[in-house]
Design a protein around this ligand. Structure first.
Ligand code: ATP
Length: 431
């Protein structure tokens, strides 16, 4: 095996494997997310990830995983274990498995020394390990950390091995460069994976499937086929259409017309055809209309406001919110008549309406929303079981929208669906 320049290797990379290295990833606290990012970037280039593994800082096991992956796949990406300490074994294991000597790269040593010097520090000797590279490997600069990545090409077998540091903020820009302009971009085949998506809400997965399947079913038989995936999560059903093609413009046109067919069939349940989540869609509508929103939240404890204010620039359309969890505060902060709560219960349409009224009187927002419900697990009654949520919404110039919903699932699911439904009510009222 010889690691040499990249110019002589020309066969396209068809298959890839990812090995996430780090004993911490085998525990219960840290999870391997790097492989998801890497998979996404490779898929866009038409390179299929055929397998992935998580391996601890154990030379023998890592060696076995690496050799097997390299046997099967054109590209092997390893992440983590490039640090300066003795348990960072990736560089050594890969060099050993490929029978390459480790040699110090003086330019890397100088860069690491410089990073320390800029903070007025001397480079500890252990960091010299990070400058030890398999002979012939190309160093990939790491603007956000000390460990450079490494690129090794096995010319004889047309294989590529990439070693990247573990921290996502270091790995992502480095791998991005390889996929944008670097060796992975150059060695990818002409075929690319194209995708479009369509998000719906307020319909069950089976309902969406019933409408969509007869339409997308035949597309899977065409050449090249459009593959359709339905992803269900509480309060949202996503349809993803993918197509492998060498002709980007044609693929994009075909996917967009397929998406239009589905969007027309699913009607106003569709809230996004460009990947934007529902809170972004509503935020953008409010911004376009120069309107503001306020919310009085009980069982969601501010989750609706959190979702809306998670977005940068939200001060343009968020007036604010009131978390009125107890009955006392529903009265004190929103002016809800205590007798109304006594008569109907806090989770009731009259109280949700009074919350909206009280909120509107206290804010000058154009859109006022109230949410009151039973998130569980305790607190349900036969008449008002866990998952009962009343949502009120008043958009300037429109009649009050007031409805009682029954959401399935646990506390987290109920709370999320309550905010999702409230956002969807506002979306429909603004439409
Ligand atoms: P460093 O020089 O920072 O030590 P490294 O290449 O040695 O880089 P690791 O020590 O293996 O990286 O991991 C550093 C941190 O990066 C981990 O604590 C973890 O937070 C994160 N990390 C490592 N691998 C992954 C992964 N596969 N997915 C997500 N995060 C990861």
């Amino acid at each position: 095996v010889a690691a040499t320049g990249l110019d002589r290797v020309t066969s396209p990379l068809a298959s890839a494997e990812i090995i996430a290295v780090g004993s911490e990833l085998l525990g219960t606290v840290r999870i391997d997310t790097n492989s998801l990012f890497i998979t996404g970037r490779l898929a866009a280039l038409g390179i299929q990830v055929k397998g992935k593994a998580v391996v601890g800082d154990d030379r023998t096991r890592l060696r076995a995983f690496f050799i097997a992956a390299l046997e099967r796949s054109d590209l092997v990406v390893l992440t983590g274990g490039l640090g300066p300490t003795a348990d960072d074994v990736t560089r050594e294991v890969v060099a050993d498995a490929l029978d390459l000597a480790l040699v110090e790269d003086a330019a890397i040593t100088a860069r690491i020394e410089d990073r320390f010097a800029r903070r007025g520090l001397r480079m500890p000797d252990v960091n010299r390990r990070q400058a030890m590279v398999p002979a012939g490997a190309v160093a990939l600069p790491n603007p956000n950390g000390t460990a450079p990545g490494l690129l090794i090409t096995d010319e004889g077998r047309g294989k590529v091995v990439v070693l990247l540091p573990g921290p996502p903020r270091e790995l992502q820009p480095m791998f991005g460069l390889l996929c944008d302009h670097g060796v992975i971009a150059q060695r990818a085949g002409a075929e690319r994976l194209h995708t479009v998506s369509l998000f719906t809400t307020q319909r069950s997965e089976s309902h969406v499937e019933e409408i969509a399947q007869p339409l997308y079913g035949p597309w899977a038989e065409e050449d090249p086929p459009i593959e359709t995936t339905i992803l269900a999560s509480p309060g949202q059903i996503e349809l993803h259409l993918t197509l492998r093609s060498r002709d980007s413009a044609a693929a994009q046109r075909r996917l967009e017309s397929a998406r239009t067919v589905l969007a027309n069939a699913l009607g106003d349940a569709v809230f996004s055809t460009d990947g934007r989540p529902l809170h972004r869609v509503v935020a953008d509508m409010l911004r376009e209309r120069a309107m503001t929103i306020a919310a009085a939240e009980s069982c969601t404890g501010g989750l609706l406001m959190t979702r809306l204010t998670d977005l940068p620039g939200s001060s343009a359309y968020v007036a604010g919110g009131v978390v009125a969890y107890s009955n006392v505060l529903k009265t004190a902060l929103l002016g809800v008549d205590a007798r109304l709560i006594d008569a109907h219960g806090a989770v009731s349409e009259p109280v949700a309406a009074a919350m909206v009224d009280g909120l509107r009187a206290r804010t000058s927002a154009d859109v006022n929303v109230s949410i009151t419900g039973i998130a569980g697990p305790a607190g349900g009654t036969p008449g008002k079981p866990v998952g009962t949520v009343v949502i009120g919404a008043l958009v300037q110039g429109k009649p009050l929208s007031l409805r009682t919903h029954l959401f399935p699932g646990d506390r987290e699911m109920v709370r999320f669906q309550a905010t999702q439904t409230a956002l969807d009510v506002v979306r429909r009222l603004l439409f």
